[in-house]
Design a protein around this ligand. Sequence first.
Ligand code: DAH
Length: 360
Amino acid sequence: MSDLRTDLEALRATARDRLSAADSAEAVEALRHDLLGRSGQLTGLLRQLGSVAPADRPPLGQLANEVRREVEAAVDARLADLRGSDLDARLAAETIDMSAPGRPVPIGHLHPVLTTMRDLREIFHAYGFEVFEGPEVETEEYNFELLNIPPDHPARDLWDTLYVAEPGSVESGDPRPAADGTILRTHTSPAQVRAMQALEAPIRVLTPGRCFRYEAVDASHGFEFFQVEGLVVDRDTSLADLKGLLEEVARALYGREVPTRFRPGYYPFTEPSVAFDIGCLVCGGAGCAACKRSGWMTILGAGMVHPDVLRAGGFDPDEYQGYAFGMGPDRMTMLRHAIGDIRLFFSADLRFATQFAEGR
Ligand code: DAH
């Protein structure tokens, strides 16, 4: 009898030491199995109860139950302990610094040339202009012929362009321009005829868009660039109206008095024709690569719409006149921000583009 009591007491004492030595949840579970399991130590001792004297059974049974409860409680406590310290360790490793600043989410903005085009649209809107879009892929007829530039006209050299190939001719190793004369437009001027054909007088339209030319690329020429075309057709329009309008637009766009000048120009689709220059704001007029050392930058061509072009658009030149202008928003943007090279616009360089975040 006293043997059983001693064994129970011994089990109680060693269980405590063994538990505190177990340093993982798995070790504690193994110990639980070892101490309390079906073939465990306590179960083995309980089996001996049957062979002790009947009088000794109640106190020994009580002790055995006590030991069982104690060991179970100790096992649970040790497990909770171990889990707790696991959590502490994890939390310590996973520290989140709530005071750290958030990661910035990059927000895009308009390309500076598009900002200029948006501003132009707003400025002209105040003068009653609406946007009239023309196609980027044009026909020779609209890009040239209807604008008074017949096939053999030397002025075509100014607008050498990219022809869309005749279907199949590239594959056959003999690329030829499409027979229907499909090209990438060299300017937005073909929209003049399209607008006249589509709209009634009085017409006041603005055609913004991309243009393409077979061009030797340099600081002020790109093979791909933007234009914004303007067209007014009405009964009493004059070159004086055109001049006044363009000077107002330059002031509105650059926000101050900028030096401007009109020069005689030549375009087959206007008569007379002018070029409108702005004093170079990149160099302040001293001369730089952007203005070809002249101190001036031509930002648009303009003139009174040629009678043949009015006729092509369905208007009688004896009754109607019009003026037109083609602006170069790339160059206008160079002047606005003193950007010395047009190629930067197409460089896809974020260090350049992100300097113009005002275009939100
Ligand atoms: N289309 C001309 C060019 O690309 C620019 C131009 C000149 C447009 C005179 C016009 C104009 O509307 O009247 O060089």
